[in-house]
Structures are given as structure tokens and as C-alpha cells.
Ligand binder design. Sequence first.
Ligand SMILES: [Zn+2]
Length: 174
Amino acid sequence: MGSARSSLPWLRHLSAHVHEHALRIGVVLSIALGVLTACVDLAAPTTPSVQVHAGAKFEMSCPSNVTVEQCTALQDAIANLKNSGDAFCSSLGSTIEGRFNRNEIVYDPNTSYYGYVYGNGDSNIYLGPIAFGPGELANTLAHEESHLSLGYEDSHNGSSNDAYAAGDRCAGSI
Ligand SMILES: [Zn+2]
């Protein structure tokens, strides 16, 4: 254990030093992350009953389990449809607005679909979390409304009674 060992203390010292340095960075990072986590926690809807009703724009007809931001997005999408220069889409928007005012827009946080309807007497439009992604809300609403009020189908072929065509037509630039 001669020459090989003589170089080890320096390596160990260096290693220990680096380790100590890394530990300090780790502590600083942990503190920073701790603060960041706390901020994220504050922003998250951990107390929906308080947070959801805190916004000025929140209305009684907002789905009970959405955030203020989600309901604002929902109202904006409905307004955009209603104000569309395309009479077909504007008509769908007015019908959807009526549904919104009757609390028939329902948020289903557990579905993997953009949205769905049952029809057959159930007048609700159910929206999933991904419907609230960028550019998806107006498309999903128009799609589902065309099922409910016009009897459109998911034919995927762009025909005159295709719910996908209706969604794409009305979402357009929204
Ligand atoms: Zn469909």
C-alpha cells in the first residue's frame, strides 16, 4: 500500500470537498424548492369551495367543480361562438349559452374524453380536463352541442351532419 495510497488522501479530500459543496448547493436548492413548492401549493385549488367562489367573474351557473379560470375560459368560448360571423356557429353558441345558464354544462374531472353527451333526455354537455386545453373548448362545445340539438354523428368524414366538422368549423380561429 505504498505509492498508490499516497495519492488517496488528496483524492479523498477533494472528493469530500466536492461532496460538501454539493451538499451546500443541495441545501440551497432544497430551500429554494421549498419556497417554490409553497407558492405552487398556494396557487393550486386545494380549497375549491373558497377559491372557486373568490373570483369576481364567477357565476352561479359555472360548473360547481371548476376554477374561476376554467369558468372564465368557458364563458369566453361560449361568447366567441355566439359572436361568430358564421350563423351556424352563432346559433350553436346561443344554444350552448342557454345550456350554461341552466347549469347543463357539467365538468367531469375523471373522463379522458374532451367531452361527451348522453342525449336520450339528458340535456347536459359533459366536459373533461383536456377540453380546457388551448383552443379546445369552443371546438368541444360546438361538437357536443351539434350532437344534442342537431343529432349530428361522429362520422369523421366531413359530411353535413358530422360533429367533428361542426367543431372544426366553429372553433376555427377561437
Ligand atoms: Zn362526438
